[in-house]
Design a protein around this ligand. Structure first.
Ligand code: GAR
Length: 202
């Protein structure tokens, strides 16, 4: 059976992309294959991680696009050219509209660094999520993988993992713990789970 063809969309450092690459090497991801990394940021270190591992890369710089629709169309064209079955948003910091998401129902996975429905939705991304969790004073946070639909962080949940907040945590310390104890574990597992479903339906 043909493996599920996966594209990962990134904007920055790409530690979640690295977790996916490592999981593929270890066989944790086996039903799918990482074939393409798309970045909206030409300087994203995630692009180096892809190149170092022989994965094709493509950059769509939003500043060079005439509109949101043009930006999304360039991504769609690249996904189609590469016959992508599954899209993973791994630290992708641009909003995708319903025009994009409605094309891929239950075919886009996002990783979010909190336990949805806490600290999520528009304006909650990256370090800000952890700043808000600390500001609120919650004692437990975590990460969530979910399908992407037209509602920011509102699609069906795939997996969640809780992480303790400790005295003295800064947003940076907490971000690192959430990545190590939750994101880098549940993202590969979620990608394998969905890849398997797609592979069996191909
Ligand atoms: C990760 O913590 C990811 O969960 C978060 O950005 C970071 C990207 O790091 N994503 C969001 O906040 C999406 N709303 P990475 O580039 O090292 O994977």
């Amino acid at each position: 059976m043909l493996k599920t063809r996966i594209a990962v969309l990134v904007s920055g450092g790409g530690t979640n992309l690295q977790a996916l690459i490592d999981a593929q090497k270890k066989g944790i991801i086996n039903s799918g294959e990482l074939v393409l990394v798309i970045s909206d940021n030409p300087n994203a270190y995630a692009l180096e991680r892809a190149k170092n591992n022989g994965i094709d890369t493509f950059v769509v710089n939003k500043k060079e696009c005439s509109s949101q629709a043009d930006f999304e169309q360039r991504i769609i064209d690249s996904l189609e050219e590469n016959r992508i079955d599954l899209i993973v948003l791994a630290g992708f910091m641009k909003i995708l509209t319903a025009n994009f998401t409605s094309r891929y129902p239950e075919r886009i996975i996002n990783i979010h660094p909190s336990l949805i429905p806490s600290f999520c939705g528009e304006g909650f991304y990256g370090l800000k999520v952890h700043e808000k969790a600390l500001e609120y004073g919650v004692k437990v946070t975590g990460a969530t993988t979910h399908f992407v639909n037209e509602i920011p962080d509102g699609g069906k949940i795939i997996m969640q993992k809780a992480v303790e907040i400790l005295d003295g945590d800064t947003p940076e310390i907490l971000q690192k713990r959430v990545m190590e104890q939750a994101e880098w574990i549940i993202l590969p597992l979620s990608v394998e789970k969905v890849s398997k479903i797609i592979k069996e339906s191909k």
